[in-house]
Design a protein. Structure first.
Length: 449
């Protein structure tokens, strides 16, 4: 009997994989934080139409991710690397991202929404070219659950820093540039350059031209399959892997919760706390604690297991979000304390699912005799994208139902009481309920990790 000797990922691979979070953190944070507010309070787009504008591109992302995942597997098998996809995303996303916030002054209302939809479609496609193979890398760079956790943990730490830097720094750049359309354009250009740099570093450091992946995928029999095979492969992965179904369902619900909270943060700053720039402090309160507790979060996973740690973090997040409901009638500094508590839980909700996913991929490969890392990553990214997209859409839907009034100037519009309650509900009660619901599929998750 032969024993496989595990080879730990090289330092350059660990560093490169962590730096990829600069790009994913930037693109995953800023649109969710400011795009809805940009549409309703700068471009004058009605809340209902704005919700459609932020959702349509993400629906396309859900459609294209499984195709990119399968194509990434084919590329890894034929070329020995996923580098081509990673570099393609790194090269195209910055341009598309800057265009997202470059709506001309003469364009507003429905026309502005159409511009945002077109630019966001291009940007989400470019992001998928990078993100799908990027998510698949840990299963190839490390062979054991413990090694994967150690590979993913630095990435999550960098992700927390990136989320904090982009989430707090983006609005700060906007405000320093004078706000309004010029401010958003300056923010878009500066952050696009940083996003592209992080993605390029990850592509170059984690892959080598012609190098074989850590675990080579088996070539499929017969001639190349049509594009529809990507969807069939994704469907089969979901159908055949109960751990993937359970973990993905929970993660989508949690992404929906955090997406709604992020989308509501700018509205809470403006209409609840009475200061548009307070979003920087809200975001810092949410993310900064994650930086402090990340080492402890990893130790907790080593001691009690990643699944139990994830359940504990999710429960804490739900409690912290529910405590924010009274902000409508008694806003004050205490809001930041509750948000910080949610931030402690947010660290675990980011770390543990991504640490469990490579274990799911490895379990799938052992059970079915083929490496479907790209396919599983495509399904995962599609689900995550759907959750993060529907979060802002749900937030805007609640605002539309509660009578929120959009604006095109920097003067704050007086909102009806129902809309002010809608803002707080999206920021507190809704995320709490969604987080609690995610515990249901987690109860069905069965995997030795």
């Amino acid at each position: 009997m032969s024993t496989q000797v595990e080879q730990a990922p090289a330092r350059r691979e660990v560093v490169g994989y962590a730096l990829g979070s600069v790009g994913t953190g930037g693109f995953g944070t800023l649109p969710g934080l400011v795009l809805a507010y940009y549409l309703t309070d700068t471009l004058g787009v009605a809340a209902g139409l704005a919700g459609l504008a932020v959702t349509l591109p993400k629906i396309w992302d859900v459609v294209v991710d499984p195709l990119i995942g399968r194509a990434s597997d084919v590329s890894a098998r034929r070329r020995g690397s996923r580098r081509a996809f990673l570099l393609a995303g790194a090269a195209t996303l910055p341009v598309c991202f800057a265009l997202l916030f470059a709506v001309p002054t003469s364009v507003q209302g429905a026309a502005a929404a159409a511009w945002v939809v077109a630019a966001f479609l291009l940007a989400t496609t470019a992001f998928s070219l990078f993100q799908v193979p990027y998510i698949a890398l840990p299963a190839e760079l490390a062979q054991t659950p413990r090694a994967r956790t150690r590979l993913v943990a630095p990435r999550i730490a960098v992700l927390a820093v990136a989320i904090l830097a982009f989430g707090a720094g983006g609005p700060a750049i906007r405000d320093a540039a004078g706000g309004g359309r010029p401010g958003y354009l300056a923010m878009g250009v500066v952050t696009a350059l940083l996003i592209g740099a992080g993605m390029a570093a990850a592509a170059l450091l984690t892959t080598r031209p012609g190098a074989r992946p850590a675990r080579e995928a088996e070539a499929p029999a017969g001639t190349p399959s049509p594009a529809g095979a990507g969807y069939r492969a994704g469907w089969l992965a979901l159908r055949e892997s109960a751990p993937l179904r359970a973990l993905l369902t929970a993660f989508v619900l949690q992404a929906l919760a955090t997406g709604a909270m992020l989308a509501a943060a700018q509205y809470v700053a403006t209409y609840t706390l009475g200061d548009e720039s307070a979003v920087t402090f809200l975001f810092a309160a949410l993310v900064a604690p994650a930086l402090l507790v990340m080492p402890l979060a990893r130790r907790l996973a080593d001691r009690v297991g990643k699944l139990r740690a994830l359940v504990a973090a999710t429960t804490m997040f739900a409690v912290a979000a529910a405590l924010l409901v009274p902000a409508r009638v008694a806003p004050g500094p205490w809001v930041y304390a509750c948000v910080a508590l949610a931030g402690v839980a947010y660290a675990g909700m980011q770390l543990y699912p991504l640490a469990l996913l490579p274990d799911v991929i490895g379990d799938d490969a052992r059970r079915h005799g083929a490496d479907r890392a790209g396919v599983v990553a495509g399904v995962w990214t599609a689900g995550e994208t759907a959750g993060l997209a529907l979060g802002p859409a749900v937030a805007l839907g609640v605002l539309a139902l509660t009578g929120f009034t959009s604006r095109t100037s920097q003067a704050v519009v007086e909102q009806p009481g129902s809309a002010l309650w809608g803002v707080v509900i999206v920021f507190s009660a809704l995320p709490a309920v969604l987080a609690l619901l995610s515990l249901v599929p987690l109860a069905r998750f069965r995997l030795q990790s």
